[in-house]
Design a protein. Structure first.
Length: 545
């Protein structure tokens, strides 16, 4: 069967299911529904507003906004108008916004829901036309209502599969973000194939809250929804997150390790672990308790839960399994449309594995242990960076992922670290920080961690405590951290044993430049920021900054 573009699928839903609700957007506590017809009408009017600007075909149109119905509508409009979308993380700082807009040469930007609207909009050059989503206090050349005052574009263009669909910028953990060029074929092949792999169809409900500027949400949620016809709900804000999950009752729920840990801490704040363990062991009662927890989390009807973007401790996966939430890990990159591996169906004996390669994706482990991947979902190139494109591709067409890993006899893959993150201690011994960090994260009081020490005899761990842990007596926390440190050190070779854990005063955030927009630690930034602390005198096993 030939691959269809999202526009062709959209025309199909628009015609066959015009009154079916597609998008649900909460605003001030009231949910606004968008049927396929209403979605199409707005997308066609926005497309017409773009067409009357007479921009060259294939112009790069930026979107800077948190997830919302208008994000989807605008993406459709950009496709209808024959242009290329350039998403920017809603948490991006002024420097990143300026860089992406300049590098991609965007003549137009759509601006939506943001946390620092004034500062972020100030980073947009005056020569770029600003179009606003319908949310308060967005300074722009045209507001959403004005865009909708035009007649709708009535055409039904079908883009060529080899034409460029989007330039997706990486989160920039090691410098300026790279513009990953995807054509319609690469992203749409991944999105349409994911339906079979994950069993998604028109009956599914999905909550879109992870950034749409990130490839996973874009491909496996937004673009996949054009193929499945599944309903997409949005959150109003982080403050209403719990309410919105419960209102949606998602059947498919994708999250990140940090959020799964927060769910876990929220449950334990209401019921101590010892009491929970006791109740779960009691026949019948255990089932009632776990069902109650799932319902309160809003995941009572979730048939598939997933985690990605960073390693999640096997102990956390096991904790959720005991309350009836089976979390399947998956792995992918911006460069391969987030379509690499998945642990579906869930297997308890494969906890800690990122799963097997999706059908149609070929994965191998190179000599130095690097995971390399090949498939129709691989990118076309890095925008305007041919040298970097050549560096990341092998001669026989495999993408060099930079991840180290191993494959078992059933094809299940484990990531053992990042090639570039491996460092050497002053003793000349190599340390892979990621597996050690993953072990430390088994302590649910630890929210962020970075193992470092390239100038030290032994590595150390920098940790940021969770909000819940900060409320506990410091002596209790220190005992917990010391127990974890000893437990982890007992599993490590002598050269990798951690000298101490340093409890940091401040959390690492996107705003202070220590996290990427996808909440990955900017290791080099962090090491530079804390170099005096790391290389200074650290006394004791648990050190407070």
């Amino acid at each position: 069967m030939s691959l269809k573009t999202p526009l062709e699928m959209f025309y199909q839903w628009e015609q066959t299911h015009p009154d079916t609700i597609y998008l649900k957007q909460p605003i001030d506590g009231v949910t606004k529904d968008f049927t396929w017809r209403e979605t199409g009408q707005q997308a066609r009017k926005v497309a017409e507003s773009l067409l009357v600007m007479n921009l060259p075909k294939g112009s790069h149109i930026a979107i800077l906004s948190k997830n919302c119905a208008e994000w989807f509508i605008t993406d459709l409009a950009i496709m209808l108008a024959g242009h290329v979308s350039v998403p920017i993380y809603s948490t991006a700082g002024e420097k990143t916004i300026k860089y992406v807009l300049d590098h991609a040469k965007c003549p137009v930007i759509f601006v939506g829901k943001l946390d620092n609207t004034e500062k972020q909009v100030a980073a947009i050059d005056d020569g770029i036309v600003k179009l606003a989503f319908p949310y308060p206090n967005i300074p722009a050349d045209k507001q959403w209502d004005e865009l909708l005052q035009t007649d709708p574009f009535l055409g039904k263009p079908i883009p060529a599969l080899d034409s460029i669909m989007s330039i997706v910028y990486t989160s920039g953990s090691t410098g300026n973000p790279k513009g990953v060029v995807h054509n319609y074929e690469s992203m749409c092949w991944a999105a349409s194939n994911s339906l079979n792999e994950l069993g998604v169809d028109q009956n599914d409900r999905i909550l879109s809250y992870l950034p749409l500027a990130h490839i996973t949400e874009r491909v496996l949620v937004e673009i996949a929804s054009f193929y499945s016809g599944s309903r997409i709900d949005f959150i109003e804000s982080l403050d209403t997150f719990a309410r919105d999950v419960r209102a949606t009752q998602p059947t498919l729920f994708i999250s990140v390790p940090r959020l799964w840990t927060r769910f876990q801490m929220g449950v334990l704040a209401n019921m101590p672990q010892k009491k929970l363990d006791f109740l779960l062991r009691v026949p019948i009662v255990g089932g009632i308790v776990s069902k109650k927890i799932r319902t309160k989390l809003g995941l009572g009807q979730a048939r598939l839960c997933a985690s990605g973007s960073a390693p999640i401790p096997a102990t956390t996966l096991e904790w959720f399994r005991k309350i009836g939430i089976n979390i399947s890990e998956g792995w992918g990159m911006t460069e391969n449309s987030a379509y690499g591996t998945c642990c579906v169906p869930f297997r308890a004996d494969k906890l800690g594995s990122i799963g097997r390669a999706y059908s149609g994706v070929d994965i191998r482990i190179a000599e130095e242990g690097e995971i390399q991947v090949k498939g129709p979902c691989n990118m076309k190139e890095y925008y305007l960076e041919p040298e970097k494109t050549a560096e990341v591709m092998t001669e026989d067409g495999y993408l060099k992922t930079g991840d180290k890993g191993s494959i078992d006899s059933e094809g299940y893959i484990k990531i053992t670290g990042r090639l570039k993150e491996i460092f050497k201690t002053s003793k000349g011994k190599y340390i892979a920080p990621v597996p050690i960090e993953s072990k430390l994260m088994a302590n649910s009081s630890i929210e962020q961690v970075c193992v470092t020490g390239s100038q030290l005899k032994q590595p150390i761990g920098l940790v940021v405590l969770s909000v819940e842990a900060l409320k506990l007596p410091s002596a209790e926390i220190e005992m917990s951290l010391l127990a974890t440190l000893n437990e982890v050190n007992n599993t490590l070779e002598s050269h990798a044993v951690l000298d101490c854990l340093v409890v940091m005063k401040d959390e690492w955030t996107v705003d202070n430049g220590l996290l990427t927009p996808t909440l990955k630690v900017k290791r080099h930034n962090l090491e530079e920021h804390y170099k005096d602390l790391i290389n200074g005198q650290l006394n004791g096993k648990i050190v407070r900054q």
